[in-house]
Design a protein around this ligand. Structure first.
Ligand SMILES: [Zn+2]
Length: 437
């Protein structure tokens, strides 16, 4: 973030202090068990989970930051060579277990890096986070906001996680005779699973590696690896596909639920009303958005409902650990930064938050428009699927296409439930997705 001083979720040489917002794979690319470039600052929960993800890591390099309190760091100014003090505070990001934002004060000014974050309004935890941030900021002006711009587009409207979790429960209760599989990552969406468990008074099956994580998080009685005790299973998201569901349905009636901020539909193949494998596309890829006003003028079926049955066996529920567009806007209004940069970009396309929100900081819309092509991966960037939905520029189409391919790769992996189960039971380390949504 600040050249020669601090790095957030970036693991190249040349910084004096490294900060890890959370343990999702797209934030740890370049970080290995043999890390020796310097101390890594993170939350206590991330530190607790850290050895599980990075066995044999030298734990003396981890520095735990308590939430909501300033921590002074003595560093060296790269410009003058003299000692400087940088103040840092970790603030709950409401994303996945251990996820934090970092607020910095130093000779470079005041910087806020959200990492991945969800900025909901109504929960107690969200209120505490808001208070913590406002207390920390006081009269400080945030010079640069490094923002989770995953859903930085007005098309991305979705409900609170509380509402979405109840939608998942409703889907399950409306299928009393079905087995249920829910696609999740190796970390995140625990609250959803807890909500289901409480509402239905049932245990939830998880794969062995995930069970260990649940135990580390303090959930000892809710999750199980015994298939016989529950009909609700949380499975690795990469194993979740139409083929898997079709295979399972030859044995028992089963439905799948994908909790994700991205609504997916199956694209029918022209001239063929049969579903074609797992070819899934975002319905928003086909919608038209006014690139100037950012207003959606064609919402396809006119329904932005957050539950979609896009296949006879699969429901998509917009349960997301990232902020939706409106929450991003509220956050920016609250922080009112002088400048901002998105932390999420793909190898080919970048959604510039200044395009939609520059006016909130008194900055004119960037000349290059909402997206610009990415020449080269820059520091601080991370590769995640491009969440774009319209025909802004021809340059961006490659990003959209790449995303499509990625999604097909991600959700379309042909892997039968039994093979996943067998792998999991053998303790095979399951691959992790590059990002969680
Ligand atoms: Zn994340």
């Amino acid at each position: 973030m600040e050249e020669g001083i601090i790095s957030v979720d970036r693991w190249a040489e040349g910084s004096q202090a490294y900060f890890l917002t959370h343990l999702h794979a797209d934030h740890t690319q370049g970080l290995t068990s043999s890390w020796a470039k310097g101390p890594i600052f993170c939350s206590s929960l991330t530190a607790k989970l850290f050895p599980f993800k990075f066995p044999n890591f030298k734990l003396s390099l981890l520095r735990v930051l308590d939430l909501g309190s300033w921590q002074p760091l003595s560093l060296i100014s790269p410009s003058t060579g003299s000692k400087i003090t940088v103040q840092v505070m970790a603030i709950d990001a409401h994303h996945c277990p251990g996820a934090v934002m970092f607020l910095f004060r130093g000779e470079f000014g005041c910087l806020l890096n959200t990492g991945d974050f969800r900025w909901e309004k109504n929960t107690e935890r969200a209120k505490l986070g808001r208070e913590m941030l406002l207390n920390a900021l006081q009269d400080d002006v945030v010079d640069v906001l490094y923002l989770d711009n995953t859903y930085c587009n007005p098309s991305y409207e979705f409900p609170s996680r509380e509402v979405a979790a109840q939608q998942v429960v409703d889907i399950i209760t409306s299928h009393p005779e079905h087995d249920i599989i829910i696609g999740v990552d190796t970390l995140g969406k625990e609250d959803l699973l807890l909500h289901i468990s409480n509402a239905l008074n049932t245990k939830i099956w998880v794969w062995p590696e995930r069970l260990q994580t649940m135990h580390l998080l303090g959930f000892h009685d809710i999750f199980t690896t015994k298939t016989s005790v529950t009909r609700v299973r949380a499975v690795p998201r990469y194993s979740f596909s139409i083929e898997t569901l079709e295979g399972l349905n030859t044995m028992r009636p089963t439905i799948g639920i994908i909790p994700s901020g991205l609504p997916w539909v199956v694209k029918p193949i022209e001239g063929d009303d049969k579903l074609f494998g797992s070819l899934l596309v975002s319905r928003y890829n086909r919608s038209k958005v006014s690139s100037k006003s950012g207003k959606q003028n064609d919402k396809m079926d006119g329904n932005l409902g957050s539950v979609k049955r896009f296949h006879k066996y699969i429901y998509s529920v917009q349960y997301s650990d990232h902020s939706c567009y409106q929450e991003i806007e509220e956050f920016i209004k609250l922080v009112h930064p002088t400048n901002m940069k998105g932390i999420v970009s793909s190898s080919s396309c970048y959604v510039d938050p200044l395009y939609y929100f520059g006016r909130l900081c008194g900055i004119n819309q960037p000349l290059q428009g909402m997206h610009h092509q990415h020449q080269k991966k820059e520091r601080g960037d991370r590769v995640v699927p491009v969440h774009t939905n319209s025909k802004f520029r021809s340059g961006c189409y490659s990003g959209v296409e790449k995303k499509r391919k990625k999604v097909v790769g991600r959700l379309g992996v042909h892997l039968s439930w039994m093979s996943v189960l067998r792998q999991a039971q053998r303790g095979v380390k399951l691959a992790e997705n590059e990002c969680s949504d």
